[in-house]
Design a binder for this molecule. Structure first.
Ligand code: SF4
Ligand code: SF4
Ligand code: FES
Length: 257
């Protein structure tokens, strides 16, 4: 049997233990993945005892409390705190989601927090999304019209506007793509559910004049057909969207084009 070992410098080790100093009777243990590329050390799991009597309800509140009161070196992304910007996406209790909308009460026992899976890590909970952003750029996510001068609003019927529901709400958090096994193994070639949902959003926009060109651009064995309808993406989406359905719709459009 083949035995696959991690390189010694990527083995995750036991890290620091930060004991509660408040004397609170309401303590939870939070285990967080830590890695600082500038240290030359292995990744580790640090454990923090957190006073929950003085912590608001979401995982992001918990992280902010740790950063502000216990360990200022902890690195993670966040901006809006309201599930709008997508920057606080991470893996909590084994599931991808947005730290600012995930209640810590939903997690039983110790709280385990990791970066989004299968991304290169920049630091601690910050994954490297540069490949995903390049892929996003490649689908040209903007309106393309053949009209040279557009001096007034392009009107869309109510029915055509409604077709965009379920697609325009995507915040590009990458929870779906980083939960997709096909994207794990072929992330440099397969566009993945987040980018394909965005491609779909522009393909079906009645105001766009390049539907066929857009379809041709994604009609590729690796870019599109690596989706095997495993559905992890749809289960992972914190906005309740269905990227797997959008991918199926693109395939259907190509089959009937
Ligand atoms: S349905 Fe397709 S995109 Fe979604 S997780 Fe499965 S393979 Fe990935
Ligand atoms: S489809 Fe959902 S999970 Fe995927 S990037 Fe958009 S909002 Fe995030
Ligand atoms: S901080 Fe913006 S979505 Fe969580």
């Amino acid at each position: 049997m083949v035995q696959i070992n991690l390189p010694p410098n990527s083995k995750v080790q036991k890290g620091e233990y930060y004991k509660d100093k408040t004397g609170s009777k309401n303590i939870r243990k939070v285990n967080i993945y830590r890695w600082d590329p500038s240290s030359g050390k292995n990744p580790r799991i640090d454990t923090y005892e957190v006073d929950m009597d003085n912590c608001p309800s979401k995982i992001l509140d918990l992280l902010n409390k740790i950063k502000n009161e216990i360990d200022s070196t902890l690195a993670y992304r966040r901006s809006c705190s309201h599930g709008v910007c997508g920057s606080c996406a991470m893996n909590m209790d084994g599931k991808n989601g947005l730290a600012c909308t995930k209640p810590h009460e939903e997690i039983k026992g110790d709280i385990n927090i990791y970066p989004l899976p299968h991304l290169k890590v920049k630091k601690d909970l910050i994954g490297d999304l540069s490949t995903l952003y390049k892929q996003y750029e490649s689908i040209e996510p903007w309106l393309k019209t053949n009209t040279k001068v557009q001096d007034k609003e392009i009107i869309q019927s109510r029915e055509d506007r409604l077709k965009l529901d379920g697609a325009y709400e995507c915040i590009m958090c990458a929870c779906c793509s980083t939960s997709c096994p096909s994207y794990w193994w072929n992330g440099d070639k397969y566009l993945g559910p987040a980018v394909l949902l965005q491609a779909y959003r522009w393909i079906i926009d009645s105001r766009d004049d390049e539907r066929m060109e857009r379809l041709k651009k994604v009609a590729d064995e690796l870019k599109l057909y690596r989706c095997h309808t495993i559905m992890n993406c749809t289960n992972a989406c914190p906005k309740g969207l269905n990227p797997a359905k959008a991918i199926a719709e693109i395939k259907k459009m190509l089959a009937t084009a």
